[in-house]
Ligand binder design. Structure first.
Ligand SMILES: Cc1cc2nc3c(=O)[nH]c(=O)nc-3n(C[C@H](O)[C@H](O)[C@H](O)COP(=O)(O)OP(=O)(O)OC[C@H]3O[C@@H](n4cnc5c(N)ncnc54)[C@H](O)[C@@H]3O)c2cc1C
Length: 433
């Protein structure tokens, strides 16, 4: 077995792992990132297919938030082109969301039941001020004020399209924390080179600072001795390489991290907490068309069976497809935990939605691929409002990514990036000792 040495070893090149890696490399530490797949980025990646840069996960990174700030701090390019204001399709009527009073406008478009709208809005303002208990789902919280299905549908789209979770899975507290954390950076955009451009730009920071990013190189074991991580064995080019590291940062998700460490090395309470994490499921459908399928770049949908958002990404970044070709991504929220059988059924229901929502879909749309994120490879390892700390019970081992959110209410790529930075800052303090 070959033996090597580095200051910091990062397992997984998802956005959380790459943010940690770039932060530490920028601070002058030697960093090695090891990625199991042939391409970097995890759920923030891009697959070239039929000439189109297909989004493998992240569709619209936020603008002006903590993620962009981190890129600036480490000198990485954040090439995200602003998208337009999202349009909402509410009960078949199209509307543009006003800059202020968006929730009121949506509820009014959804129903004529003014009493219930006012009741819910009053409770909503109170919910934003004082956090409701996290023992209640957002749906159960809403049902205290209304039984109106159209009102519930508005909140379902808000949750599913922005936080990748349905209102019956996210706690009311988690939903309000999410809204509070994210309302300051509501703008989003599209990467002209595909979302993989973001981890690629962090890779440059690592490589320009003595570091390396390996692909096709799965970590097979995290070595623990006397309660501290000492290094990682990696399978690379058919051989095992043992890399000693002062700090190990795992970005490969809770279950894989436990497998790499060995359950016997972790306290039972920690394993129990990890098992409580609720993963997020999602469906994405990728379509190409020779004619535009939407008149806007983004359409959020209230009241469909599964589909909650449709993005015509080439309206923002025509570079994503050959000239004259339009690339559209559909996001849907499956109702239940998905197994292989349910996944197919759920995609069929999404297709029914699409036929009704986009009349030109049947005549002009060509399905490129469908993605069903669940089980061992969920859309996120944890929904918003839950928090496992990036710190682990093993010394010199951190776990980062969307299952290990450092700040309550953060989620998805911003949450994953935040956990990477939080772990990296703690690692700097440890490396200085
Ligand atoms: C369809 C879809 C659309 C989304 N859209 C958005 C969006 O628009 N905005 C947003 O903010 N979020 C979005 N998300 C969520 C976002 O993609 C994730 O929250 C985020 O990218 C997760 O990053 P992460 O750091 O947790 O790492 P992950 O993406 O989970 O990456 C983990 C990495 O670890 C690697 N790995 C696993 N095992 C090993 C091993 N043994 N050795 C080495 N490497 C290993 C994996 O191959 C992978 O590359 C979307 C998700 C989906 C599914």
């Amino acid at each position: 077995m070959t033996e090597e040495k580095t200051d910091v070893l990062v397992i997984g090149s998802g956005i959380g792992g790459m943010c940690a890696a770039a932060y530490l490399a920028h601070k002058g530490y030697q960093v090695l990132v090891t990625e199991a797949l042939p391409r970097i980025g995890g759920h923030c990646s891009t697959i070239e297919y039929k000439g189109i840069k297909v989004a493998n996960g992240v569709i619209g990174p936020g603008l002006g938030g903590p993620l962009e700030a981190l890129f600036r701090e480490v000198g990485a390019e954040y090439n995200v082109r602003p998208a337009g204001i999202p349009h909402y399709l509410v009960n078949g009527k199209m509307m543009e969301l006003p800059v202020k009073g968006g929730t009121r406008a949506l509820l009014k478009a959804a129903t004529d039941d003014h009493d219930d709208v006012e009741k819910v809005l009053k409770a909503f303002s109170a919910g934003m001020r004082e956090n409701p208990p996290d023992t209640m789902s957002m749906k159960a919280w809403l049902l205290q004020y209304t039984q109106n299905q159209s009102i519930l549908n508005v909140f379902q789209t808000m949750a599913a399209a922005t936080a990748i979770v349905s209102i019956d899975r996210i706690s009311a507290k988690g939903f309000f924390l999410f809204l509070k954390q994210h309302q300051g950076f509501r703008e989003w955009g599209v990467c002209p080179e595909g979302s993989i451009a973001l981890p690629s730009s962090l890779t440059k920071v690592v490589e320009n600072n003595r570091g390396e990013v390996w692909t096709n190189a799965p970590a097979v074991r995290i070595h623990v001795d006397e309660g501290a991580a000492k290094g990682v064995t990696i399978s690379r080019n058919g051989k095992e390489v043992k890399v000693a590291a002062s700090i190990v940062i795992s970005n490969c998700g809770p279950k894989r991290t436990v497998d790499l460490v060995g359950r016997e090395n972790l306290p039972r309470e920690y394993l129990t907490e990890l098992e409580k994490l609720i993963p997020a499921s999602a469906i994405s459908i990728h379509i190409k068309s020779k004619v535009p399928l939407l008149d806007y770049d983004t359409m959020l949908v209230v009241g469909a069976r599964r589909v909650v958002a449709i993005f015509q990404l080439t309206s923002v970044c025509p570079e994503l497809a050959p000239p004259g070709t339009h690339y559209i991504v559909v996001g849907a929220d499956p109702v239940s935990e998905l197994g292989p059988e349910q996944a197919k059924e759920e995609i069929d229901i999404c297709m029914e939605d699409l036929k009704e929502l986009i009349p030109k879909f049947q005549t002009h749309g060509e399905i490129l691929m469908t993605g069903c994120f669940h089980g061992d490879w969920p859309a996120m390892f944890s929904i918003a409002g839950q928090s496992m700390s990036p710190k682990t019970p093993i010394k010199k081992l951190y776990a980062v990514g969307d299952g290990f959110i450092a700040e309550p209410g953060m989620t998805a790529m911003v949450g994953a990036a935040g956990s990477g930075v939080a772990a990296a800052k703690d690692a700097v303090a440890e490396l200085r000792l």
